[in-house]
Design a protein. Structure first.
Length: 142
């Protein structure tokens, strides 16, 4: 987990990377402009700590992590406490959720009310979420 109270811009920047990559094919410029754009993009990706596979995945799927708040609520993990105490961890959870290949399965479980314990069989965040469930600092009040 990260140091508490450290703000981050990873989520908005990750979305920006996805938007920029999507527009890559629309760029029409001189070879030097394209080269400069490529360098800037590489620096942004490096600064965010994204792998080439994550960049490709974000570019092809977008960066939606709309299922994560539903999952956190179902697991009784306080998103507010997580955002306040571990913002970088929350961003990691969002990024992992955004590139997940099991969105249809997750959405079906959300709709059916069977997300818990079904998520454990496919969720890429399962280990982190299970650890958060055991940490009293992140348990949502009832």
């Amino acid at each position: 987990m990260t140091a508490p109270g450290k703000p981050t811009r990873t989520a908005p920047m990750t979305e920006a990377v996805a938007d920029v990559v999507k527009e890559w094919e629309e760029i029409a410029g001189s070879p030097s402009e394209l080269e400069a754009f490529g360098r800037a993009m590489a620096n942004m990706v490096k600064d965010l700590g994204l792998s080439p596979a994550e960049v490709r995945s974000l570019a092809t799927k977008g960066s939606s992590a709309k299922e994560l708040p539903c999952l956190l609520e179902a697991l009784r993990i306080s998103i507010r406490a997580l955002a306040e105490k571990e913002p970088m961890l929350l961003n990691d959870l969002r990024r992992t959720c955004a590139v997940c290949e099991h969105k249809q399965e997750c959405d079906a479980d959300i709709a059916a009310g069977t997300l818990v314990p079904a998520y454990q069989s496919y969720c890429l965040n399962v280990d982190t979420l299970d650890a958060l469930r055991q940490d009293a600092n992140f348990v949502a009040e009832t």
